[in-house]
Design a protein. Sequence first.
Length: 707
Amino acid sequence: MKKSIILFLVLTMCSSGSEQAQTEILKDTGTTSETEDTGEVINHMTLVDYPAKLYFAGDIPTEVHGRVEYAFSIIQEKLGKYPVEVYFVGTDENEKDNLSNVFCSNRENAGNFEASAFNSFQNFDDCLNFIDERYFSMYLQGGLETEQRGYSSSGNKGHNGQFEQLYHLLVWSKPIGFEVENGEGYNQEFSGVFHEYWHVFQMAHMDFYRCSDRDIRSTCSFDPEKIDYLVGGIWLQEGTAVFKEKTILEEQYKIGNLKNIHGDLLQELNNQYFDGQRAMEQCPGKSIRDITYQDSCSQAAYGWGAWAAAYLAHKVNDPYVFENVYYPELKKISDPELVFSNTFGMTIDEFFADFDSWILGSESERNYVIPIAEEETGRLYYPSDEDTAVANEDTAVSESKILWGATDANPEVYAAADVSQTTIDLTVEWVNKAIGYWGSYGPLEIWIVGTGKDEVIALDEQWCEVRSTKDPNWNKEWDCANGDPYGSGNGWSPFYRYINDGGAAVSSYIRDHLGYYFNALIMSSKYPGPEEEDYKPVILHEYFHVYQHGNLSIPELPDTDGDWRTSNRNIYFNGGEIQVPFLMEGGAEYMAQYWYSKEPGVEAGYLKRVMEYKAEAIKPYFNTGKSLRELGYDEEFNSYDILTWFVAYLIYTTSEETFRVDFWTQIEDLGFEEAFKSNFGKSADEMIAEFDTWVAQPIDVLLEIIP
C-alpha cells in the first residue's frame, strides 16, 4: 500500500460498482452488527457480522454484482469480516458522480461530518471534492484505459485507508474481468479481491491508536505515525499479499470453486520471481527490505516479497502462519520486531542475512518453499522430508527418461576453437538475460560457430560425441555429419553452412524416437556478428523459440510424408501441420526487440525506430493476397517484419503478459485455435482481418501503439 499523505494509505489496484446495486445488496446483507447494538464503537480492527458493503456505479453490468459478491464471500469466510466499503467505479462521468454522492451520504450517516470526528469533512461538498479528486476520477481513467487497451481485467484497485474514520475503503476501476464468467480475466479479478482483502486483514491487526486508558475508547486518538512502524516494510505488506492471493487462488482451483486456465502455483510464483529479478536490475545491490514505493525497483517488493513470505512460511512448516500467528500476535502486542522473532525464530536482520543470498540461488533450491495444495480440500501443506525424498527419486527416474520444459539446469556451451572467450561470454550473458526475462527452459545447449573450416569440422565431431554420449539412440549415420558437406556439398553438417551463410537458429530435438530431448541454440560469427548491436536481440529472439518449444511437451512423431515442413507439433504452434513463421517468428522477434529496448543504455525510441523499419513490409504483404498465417519463409520480402507488427497489435489489444505467458502456456491444453480465442477474444482469422484494416493506416498512427 502507498501512503499518499501521512493520514491515508493508498494502493494502486482497482475495480467498480452501481448505486442501485448497492442499495439492493445492502437490503440483503447490510444488517446491523451485534457489536453496534451494544453501543461499542466499531473501528477498523473490529470483527463484524455483516459482509463487505459493495457499491457499484450505474454503468457496471448487473451480472458483475453477484460475481463480485461471491469473490468477497470467499475471502471473508477465510479471513473474517471487517468493516469494509468497496466502491466500483465505471467509465461514465455521471455515474461516477452518482457514486460520489453515495459515498458522501454514507459518510454523513456514519457521523464523519461531525466536528468531533477525527479527520471529519467540513460538509457534503468537502466530501465530494475529496472522494472525486483523490480517488474516483483516477479510477474512472483507469477503467477507460482498460477498455481502450483491451485488458482482460481491471487495471487499478486499492485499499485506500480511512482507518481514522473507523472502516476500510477499497476502490476498484471497471472490473471488466467479471463480465464473462470463467473468461480470460475472471480469475485475475478474484486474485485482485484476495490481494486487496489481505490488506484489510493486515490493517485490521494493527492498532493505530494511542490511549491513556485502552478500555475507554474516548481516551484514544488516531496516530498515523504508527502506520509505517507496524506495517514493517512494503516487502512484508505486499509480499505476503501476493503470496496469499496466489495460494488462495490455488486452493480455490483444488476445491473446484474456480477453473484454472492459467499456470499452477509453481509457475505463478516463478513468474513473480522473474518479475522481481527484472525490477532489481534497477536497484543493484539493494535488498528488498529497503525498497519503497518510490523506488524504480518497487515491483520487486511484490515479486521477491512473495518469495520472502514463502521462505518464512516454509521455515516454520506452516503455509498459514501469517493469518494464524504473525498478525494475531501483532494485534496483541504491537511490536513487529518481537512478533517476527517469536514467530519465525530469528530476527529480521538474521532473516535478511539468509534471504538476500538465498534468493539468488538455483530454481530447485527456491522451489521447495512453495506449498502444495491438496486435491478437493485445497488445504496447503509442506511435504515431509520422506515425501520429498520419494518425490525427488521419482523425479530423477522421470528425468532420466525425459526432461523438457522449465528447468534449473544451466545451459551447456560448446564453441569452435576459433571463437574468442569474449564472444562466448557475450553470448552467455544475453542468453542469461533472456532466461531472466522469460524463465529457464531446456535442456539447452549453446553452439557457437566461428569462421574456420577445420574448426567447424572439429565442432561437428564434438556434436556427434555429445549426442551419442547423452543418447544411445542417436543415429550417428544420419544425425551426425555425413557425406561430403565440406567439399562437394553432397552431405550434411550441423554447423558448416554457418561459416559462409552466418545467421542464428534454434533446433528443438523433442522427437518420439529419442532418449534425450534438448534445444540447440546456434550462433555464428556474422549476420550478425558479435561486434554488432543486432547480435544481442538475435540471441533474445532465438531464446524465445526455446521458451515457445518448452511450453509444448508433446514429442514430434516420425516423418511419414517425407516433408520436413510438416510436424504434429506445428498444429499447436499455428493450427496446421506445415511449419510457417506466423506467431513463432512474429512473437520471437517482437519479444526480442521489446525486451531489448528496455535494457539500460539502449537509446530512447529504439523500438519505434525498429518497428518503423519493419513497416516497410506492409505494402508487399498486401500485394501477396495471402493471410498472415499463410506467409512462408521464402517470401520476396521479410515476412517476419509484418508478423512482428501483428504481435505488437495483439499485445496492444490485450497485454504483453497475455501473449507471453497466458497464450503460450495454454497451447498444449487448449490447442492453438482455442488458446488464441481464449486470450485474444476472437479467432486467429478474425483477428487477422481486424489487423489488416488497422495496419493500412499511416505509419504515424501505427507507431502510437509502440511503447
